[in-house]
Design a protein around this ligand. Structure first.
Ligand code: ACK
Length: 718
């Protein structure tokens, strides 16, 4: 420091002539002159007008670091770390620049005013912002810039960190324009405009209407078109209409209420071709589901396309009262999308390849290697995954087919269906990432662990598969290639259905063989009607499920052993069926035989299979009676309907064998409908059932005693 009165030397300054001392130039400033009142900032350093001369010169901050994006449908949360160098100032703030980009990210435009920032776009003091109201399925680039008090003084180009995100699905925006087309005494024809933001392909519209001031009782009808004829209305009555659209992402909000009044005199109604799919009348406290048969038929026309799925299957669902109410999702065939790459992004999350660590190759798929590895998503813990890769040099079709599996899998959400984590499509190799199943495929797993599980454990695995299949059939998805090789098992012995696809399904299955009709079908697992005339339905999946049961109970044995496919087709057609696996409970074998009924309508539904298996698990004694080992046909097929294995298939059959068939109805009516329940019958019960003759009582009680012994003798772990 120089002394008072002295003229300041170069490198020193005195801001006020009244100051006693000269001060050294603050950091990043200089003066070569004597008697300076102010030091100049070095190049690229600045001083704001209100910065005191004693303050160091400062510069703009460097770019923020480590930006992380978190996408939720059409909003994104951006988080980042402060810049490595704040430029020597404490007034660092951030601003976000939003750009909407083409798929290849080459052309980008500013997002404009349609996008909202929470808390704000500029002047952000914290290191995060939420950007909302983005468009669905759109690529955005966000640039985050740190600025401080001297940023605007600097000619140096701004420094920012950027992140690319692709928004995913969002429900459609509400419909804003609804117009009447024609009005008659009992009919109102309406048309409307697509929502401004469909945010995907509109699958259908839901039209809700009710008499004005009578909202407690309303009717819902559906249409695939943007028009409808509503009939059955009262004359001279005001009706309120509200319409909403549905995409794969779900329903959008209802439109505002539109009022229309029917006319007092009959006018010709408009075009009747747009019939509703279903009519659902809802009254407060009570839901009346009214399915009008005429409407059902039109439902097949109006329903969105489920190419390759069986229309009869759909009809059956309705006949069974299985109505897909709003909110219950239905499988959508990705091939119904004009652009299949849109389908994959509709149903699958895009994962940045940098989040995936491939560890080892675990197998080979049709399209490339299957690997195990780890996935570390931003803000989440790393976890193991399986990664299917698409080999290099693929064609467009191969890429589409490969990704169609993800488009299908991504629509499912069930503990017994393999879970899709996401896809990598923006970099190579293209990948499908799923949860990792430690024990691999079920057939190999069972072969490796022959005889090591209890019956309950095996039934538990079967129950899981049936539950997954129940979910798939509820979604309207027919698997077509259900087999133990396509079931995966995790470390908790949870089994999950995997291997989804369309044309691909059967192409990559080594078991699939060409039939005389040219299709490729895994003969041993496939129902006769599917082999004969490609009638693939949930009922044919049930047949395959019966074969999976057999595979499980025989620890991965090959169905029909080394018989040729032709011999299998012939034998099954002649009514022969696989014999019971070794040590298989009668009840389970019976269930297999039920799944292999020639008449597909007589086969149990997956719903029933789950319920039967649940009962077995709850009542393990029902699994104790094994098919008599001495009478079980070794590797020979058995004729269907004649088990002849020393066990009875039903209470009726057992009573018949005792020449007591006249009591079958009494047993059934008293709730003794299965043999395991019969083993618990006492003499008192027998009297209550209505067996009054002492001789009959004795005969039946003796036989029950024998059944009990069989049950106890077979109480061995399998
Ligand atoms: O029997 P694996 O070990 O189980 O060999 C096959 C192989 O990849 C080719 O399909 C295994 N695999 C497939 N998907 C998965 C998965 N999600 N988790 C673990 N293994 C898998 C399958």
């Amino acid at each position: 420091m120089q002394t008072q009165g002295e003229v300041c030397q170069p490198g020193f300054f005195k801001a006020s002539p009244y100051s006693r001392y000269c001060s050294k130039c603050p950091p990043y400033s200089y003066t070569y002159d004597k008697g300076s009142a102010l030091c100049q900032c070095l190049d690229n350093y600045f001083r704001r007008d209100n910065d005191p001369p004693s303050m160091a010169c400062t510069r703009p901050p460097t770019a923020p670091q480590n930006v992380i994006s978190n996408i939720n449908n059409t909003s994104v949360i951006l988080d980042w770390s402060p810049p490595a160098d704040a430029g020597g100032r404490k007034d660092v703030m951030y601003l976000v620049v939003c750009k909407r980009c083409s798929v290849d990210l080459i052309e980008c435009d500013e997002c404009g005013s349609g996008v909202r920032y929470i808390p704000q776009e500029t002047g952000l003091k914290n290191t995060s912002v939420m950007v909302v109201d983005l468009l669905a399925h759109t690529n955005y680039t966000f640039e985050i810039e740190a600025v401080n008090g001297v940023s605007e003084l600097s000619p140096i180009p701004r420094q920012f960190v950027s992140v690319n995100v692709t928004t995913n699905q969002a429900a459609p925006s509400p419909i804003s324009v609804v117009k009447k087309k024609k009005i008659a005494k009992n009919t109102i024809s309406l048309t409307w405009e697509e929502p401004n933001r469909p945010n995907g392909i509109i699958l259908e519209y839901e039209i809700k209407y009710f008499e004005k001031d009578q909202e407690i009782s309303y009717t819902i009808i559906k249409s695939k078109e943007t028009e409808i004829v509503v009939d059955g209305l009262k004359p001279t009555t005001v009706y309120i209409f509200q319409i909403r659209a549905r995409t794969a992402a779900g329903y959008g909000g209802y439109s505002r209420k539109f009022e229309f009044e029917t006319s007092p005199v009959s006018l010709p109604a408009g075009d009747q071709s747009q019939m509703p799919i279903i009519g659902v009348s809802v009254t407060v406290g009570m839901i009346l589901v009214a399915v009008v048969s005429g409407l059902l038929l039109s439902g097949r026309r109006c329903g969105y396309s489920k190419a390759k799925q069986d229309p009869e299957e759909e009809k059956m669902h309705f006949h069974n009262g299985h109505i897909k109410l709003p909110g219950i999702r239905t499988y959508i065939d990705p091939h119904t999308y004009e652009d299949p790459s849109q389908a994959v992004h509709e149903f699958a999350k895009e994962i940045d390849a940098s989040c995936i660590t491939i560890e080892r190759v675990i197998g080979a798929g049709e399209f490339g290697e299957v690997c195990s590895g780890r996935l570390k998503l931003p803000g989440k813990r790393e976890f193991p995954v399986a990664i299917k890769t698409l080999k290099v040099g693929y064609t467009d079709k191969q890429r589409r087919d490969f990704l169609s599996e993800a488009s299908i899998m991504g629509q499912f959400d069930h503990p017994n269906i393999i879970h899709l984590e996401g896809v990598v499509t923006k970099s190579k190799p293209v990948m499908i990432v799923t949860e990792y199943m430690e024990n691999g495929s079920l057939d190999t797993f069972l072969k490796k662990n022959d005889g090591k599980f209890t019956v309950i454990q095996l039934v538990g695995m079967l129950r899981g598969i049936a539950s997954g299949m129940r979910y798939l059939s509820d979604m309207g998805y027919v698997h077509r290639d259900l087999a133990a090789r396509n079931i995966l098992v995790n470390s908790n012995l949870v089994s999950k259905v995997s291997d989804f696809g369309l044309s691909r399904v059967l192409e990559d299955d080594p078991e699939a063989a060409y039939t005389t009709k040219g299709g490729k079908i895994p003969i041993r697992w496939t129902a006769p009607e599917a082999i004969a005339y490609r009638k693939f339905t949930s009922a044919s999946d049930v047949w395959s499920y019966g074969i999976v049961m057999w595979e499980v109970m025989s620890y991965g044995e090959r169905p029909y052993w080394e018989m040729t496919n032709q011999d299998v087709i012939k034998a099954v057609d002649e009514g022969y069926r696989l014999p019971t696996p070794m040590d298989c409970p009668v009840t389970l074998y019976q269930l297999m035989l039920d799944c292999w009924q020639k008449d597909r309508n007589s086969r149990p539904k997956f719903e029933e299979i789950v319920s039967i298996l649940d009962k077995m698990i709850r009542n393990p004694c029902s699994l104790k009676m094994l098919v008599n080992a001495s009478t079980r046909g070794s590797n020979l097929l058995v004729e269907h309907n004649t088990m002849g294995l020393g066990a009875y298939r039903s209470v009726g059959e057992w009573l018949e064998s005792l020449k007591m068939g006249q009591y079958t109805e009494n047993f059934n009516e008293s709730g003794y409908t299965s043999l395991d329940v019969v083993t618990k019958v006492t003499l008192e019960d027998l009297k209550r059932i209505g067996v009054c003759l002492a001789g009959h009582q004795k005969k039946i009680m003796n036989s029950i005693q024998e059944l009990r012994v069989q049950c106890v003798n077979s109480m061995m772990p399998v």
